[in-house]
Design a protein around this ligand. Structure first.
Ligand code: SAH
Length: 249
């Protein structure tokens, strides 16, 4: 379970109402049971449940099970899409190890607003479920043009372009751990011509194709993240495995 506070031997962790409900009513746990905690900084810790109420819970932190692993520095930029596909995208991008999810508003973006808080809680649950030890940050939505104006020079931007480009797989033959990167996926309406021209003129942008079919935005994001992780990220051949056994079940 994700907790915000510091984790160290002897610390007390405070569990949210949702986590207390999950432990009591779904997992049928009681004080004395073990629970694994992470906060994105201190690795994974074993803790003993001390109190489990309707509104919250408390656990005593005992032993570190895993150090905090280094994770690929991969961002996903996506145009806000309809709620169902957007929530799926956030859940899957978390499972696939994106470090930051950045909504990027472009001309043909059709969803007016997004609920960053709700998306952050979907990301937290997905991180807990897949046992990664960090939760990706959901950044506030920003216009694509502003994101490009402020783009960090050392971060490559793989622009998923359904109008063509070299296949993504061929663009990632980097031996060793990947450098900072980002993947950009557009809205259902695609990008306007001038947005595309602007992207292609930017030095760190590389247009890439995901094949001859026009994918839905959420499919394109999932496919691109999976490919990147398999070829350049923590799923590539030679990537370090789990730092230690996963501890208790
Ligand atoms: N412009 C299209 C649909 C866009 S699909 C139309 O209306 O016909 C939504 C987004 O998914 C695109 O902006 C692109 O980023 C990504 N995408 C979809 N299929 C793709 C492919 N085959 N290769 C690369 N990117 C793709």
């Amino acid at each position: 379970l994700f907790v915000a506070g510091d984790l160290s031997a002897g610390a007390e962790a405070v569990l949210s109402p949702g986590q207390a409900h999950y432990l009591r009513n779904v997992m049928r746990q009681a004080p004395g049971a073990g629970v694994r905690l992470f906060n994105g900084r201190d690795g994974e810790w074993l803790a003993e449940l001390r109190q489990l109420g309707k509104r919250d819970g408390r656990a005593a932190v005992t032993t570190r099970l895993r150090p905090q692993p280094a994770e690929p520095d991969l961002w996903l930029l996506f145009a806000p899409i309809k709620r169902g596909p957007l929530e799926l995208l956030v859940q899957k991008a978390t499972e696939l190890g994106a470090a930051r999810l950045q909504p990027a508003v472009s001309r043909f973006t059709d969803a007016a607003r997004i609920n960053v808080e709700r998306l952050q809680s979907i990301a937290t649950e997905a991180a807990e479920q897949c046992e990664r030890l960090s939760v990706p940050l959901i950044a506030p939505a920003a216009p694509l043009s502003r994101l490009l104006d402020d783009w960090p020079a050392d971060r490559s931007l793989l622009f998923c372009d359904e109008r063509g480009g070299p296949p993504l797989a061929g663009q990632l033959e980097t031996p060793g751990p990947a450098r900072p990167a980002a993947i950009l996926v557009g809205p259902e309406g695609g990008f306007a011509d001038d947005e595309r021209d602007r992207l292609l003129a930017q030095p760190c942008v590389r247009p890439v194709s995901l094949g001859p079919r026009t994918l839905r935005a959420e499919t394109a994001a999932i496919a691109a993240l999976a490919l990147w992780q398999a070829l350049a990220g923590d799923g590539r051949p030679g990537a370090p495995g789990l730092a230690s056994p996963r501890g208790i079940r």
